[in-house]
Design a binder for this molecule. Structure first.
Ligand code: G6P
Ligand code: MG
Length: 230
């Protein structure tokens, strides 16, 4: 792994890393799973984290053994219904739903002139960033509609580094989802997993929650890891 001093950029997931919007995605998917007669479990919720809209619907149908029950047109209709319900939940979204410490962290890295890009699979991410009042900190955003493959494929994190004109190795990616950590690792960037370390065991660095995410803690964890890797 590179030294902390060699890091030049940060690649951010959004839902579940910057704001608590992953809970809203889960709520809207849970609602649709009920409608489709698929039993909602925590495991299914974890599998959906970080996964794009149609891939999420396909995962839910597969989980319920219903993968062949619907036409493509019907699936498009259900995915749109989920998105309408998600957008309703976003109606009242504001700064107060930024996860603890994340606004300070983003300001800190911006003040220190690190480059910052967004690597969210969500087509709603520009709206969410605006509502949170954080859009101005992002130098670049990857548009998920331009990608061939969703997370866990590395494409989104490879692109998130590229749009900053950096090598993935010079970047740190932050994720709350197992699929996202896999995507960061595949790109060659350093992965920070935020949340249950058992679910995110593949991350280079683990934090239990967003309050622990500071430049100082990242530097400390990278130093420790270098010693362990030796
Ligand atoms: C993020 C979330 C997922 C969501 C996906 C697509 O990665 O973690 O829960 O399904 O984005 O979001 P969208 O807003 O485009 O439906
Ligand atoms: Mg996420």
């Amino acid at each position: 792994m590179v030294k902390f001093e060699q890091v030049k950029g940060f690649l951010f997931d959004l839902d579940g890393v910057i704001a608590n919007t992953s809970a809203y995605h889960a709520k809207a998917w849970h609602q649709l799973a009920d409608e489709l007669g698929v039993t909602w479990t925590e495991d299914l919720g974890n599998q959906l984290k970080g996964v794009g809209r149609m891939d999420s619907l396909n995962l839910i149908l597969k989980y319920g053994g219903k993968e062949n029950d619907y036409t493509e047109d019907e699936k498009v209709k259900y995915a749109a219904e989920k998105n309408d319900n998600y957008l309703k939940l976003l109606d009242t979204l504001d700064k107060s739903e930024i996860l603890p410490g994340m606004e300070d962290f983003i300001k800190e890295i911006s003040d220190q002139h690190y480059l910052i890009s967004l690597a969210s699979s969500s087509k709603n991410s520009p709206l969410v960033l605006e509502k949170l009042g954080l859009a101005q900190y992002f130098d670049e955003k990857v548009d998920p509609a331009t990608l061939k493959h969703g997370k866990p494929d590395p494409e989104i994190y490879t692109r998130a580094a590229e749009v900053l004109k950096l090598k993935p190795e010079e970047c740190i990616g932050l994720e709350d989802a197992s699929a996202g950590v896999k995507s960061i690792n595949g790109s060659g960037a350093i992965s920070v997993g935020i949340g249950d370390p058992k679910v995110l065991s593949e991350a280079d660095i683990n934090f239990n929650n967003t309050s622990e995410v500071t430049l100082q803690n990242i530097a400390k964890a990278m130093d420790k890891k270098k010693v362990l890797d030796r």
